[in-house]
Design a protein around this ligand. Sequence first.
Ligand code: ADP
Ligand code: MG
Length: 277
Amino acid sequence: MNGAHLAVEKVSHTYRRGRQQALSEIDIEVNPGEALALVGRSGCGKSTLLHIMSGLIAPTDGKVWIDGMKVEEPSPSWVVMFQQPSLYPWMTVAQNVALGLRFTGRSGEIASRVPEMLKLVELSDYADRNVQDLSGGQQQRVALARSLAPSPEILFLDEPFSALDAFTRGSLQRDVRRIAKEFGITLVLVTHDLAEAVTMAERAVVLSANPGRIRDIVPIELENRDDLRTPEYAKARGRLAAAYENAAGLGLAPVAEPDAGDADSPRQHSSALPAAR
Ligand code: ADP
Ligand code: MG
């Protein structure tokens, strides 16, 4: 596997039923193998931007390039993981993991590739189990194995761990980062959880809302990402929190509430504030 280069060029977007522009003139470049976080309060356009980057929706204006090729539609070379793992409940773990290969016409690789991926996500002993018997964290690992099986060059993550408990979330964050680094996969992570951004990414793009614009780009330089108690971690987290609060207008000016049609729940909205940990 080899990570791809991603370039977002002057991307703006207005939903047909949207009352306001969702994104305005976004320019971002992500290097091959880099892990980039998109952070900002609920409704600032993170998911919209991720959907545009991965070709799921076409922007009103601007372009996205992956390794110099214009993105027009989704591709097996890049995969998106969402909060819900969306597995087929009537299939076994191994059958679910095989789907990515089956859909891309690579069924011949299933026999070798599926056990390899299950090992990578530490689910080798669960191959023949029904996915319904697994915990939420294990199901998300199945989704991860399914995503990784076709050797993607970019992994797009849209708050994929936010439904999990803190312990499970932490171990998945570390594992996804480890796997991405091992295979050189480029990672683009949408999150409102600043600790998650610091744990997983080398750089965070901070967005402000109405319309979504880039307010800041914060480098996250850390020697050791596995220990959350180092002074370096606290410093990086503090720097990102300051940029986030600034972009969200917290304590500075009133911020308009996101549209009623916002996909995010009020619960996620209130947890958008950086939590003490
Ligand atoms: P985030 O992921 O940062 O919470 P979104 O990208 O989901 O933000 O939404 C950005 C803005 O676009 C919000 O104001 C939201 O209400 C609006 N929006 C999202 N999806 C649609 C849609 N399908 N139609 C109209 N407006 C939308
Ligand atoms: Mg979202």
